[in-house]
Design a binder for this molecule. Sequence first.
Ligand SMILES: Nc1ncnc2c1ncn2[C@@H]1O[C@H](COP(=O)(O)OP(=O)(O)OP(=O)(O)O)[C@@H](O)[C@H]1O
Ligand SMILES: [Mg+2]
Length: 253
Amino acid sequence: MAALLELDNLHFSFPGFDTPALRGASLRLEAGQRVALLGRNGAGKSTLLLHANGILRPAAGEVRVAGAPLVYTRRGLLAARRQVGLVFQSPDDQLFSASVAQDISFGPLNLGLDSSEARRRVAAAAELCDVSDLLDRPTHALSGGQKTRVALAGVLAMEPLLILADEVTAGLDPWMRHQVFAIFNRLVAQGTTVLLATHDVAVAQHWADLAVIMDAGQIVVAAPPAQVLATPELRRLLGPSEPWSEAYDTTAQ
Ligand SMILES: Nc1ncnc2c1ncn2[C@@H]1O[C@H](COP(=O)(O)OP(=O)(O)OP(=O)(O)O)[C@@H](O)[C@H]1O
Ligand SMILES: [Mg+2]
């Protein structure tokens, strides 16, 4: 069976910048995986994720979703985004509608769902992300963590097979972080794959079943976390780690 997502030897430089942000990055993800994407600031994590649903187009290499090469037309991109949902590192880049409700319903309506199905999905996603009481608020009048939760709700409402979450847990309070891991775990149990870009090595150790390390625009390793963390050269790439906290429960469903 084809992999859920294949990033095949991607090369990319931002226009006007000489140093490539991706230098032959390859990654293969299957259904039902919990993936931690690690690597230093500037390693290329966000750039890689922006390629996975076609927001950025590689100069060379190929992106395949469920075996089919991504087609960079309106239709092709919509088809890819139906399956691959991306929660941006900065929610301000993601939220653009006047109200929270409009923002969360944008994706489902864009998929061509009828309005009652779209409403059902928006309500369910808002409930999960604990933003039901914010639906009438303008998106600019939210706290950082609230914006992240709204951005996540917008992606969940699309019901994608693969969720790419770019450092979403970093700005959340401990209750919401717990809730987000519970949401992720429930989705993974249903066969969804969740990839979380993070600087928290403990997340890789205690939550992920696949640890991916990027460095200088390349994937250095994609392997079970125990194996990655037991390898001193790889461990060094991640820097010093903080102690694991009991409050940081990544096992809840
Ligand atoms: N909009 C942009 N224009 C030009 N260069 C960029 C832009 N965004 C990122 N870069 C560069 O591309 C490289 C990869 O950046 P990227 O944001 O993918 O890193 P990252 O691994 O997500 O880092 P972080 O942990 O800080 O989020 C870096 O060298 C960065 O300076
Ligand atoms: Mg980033």
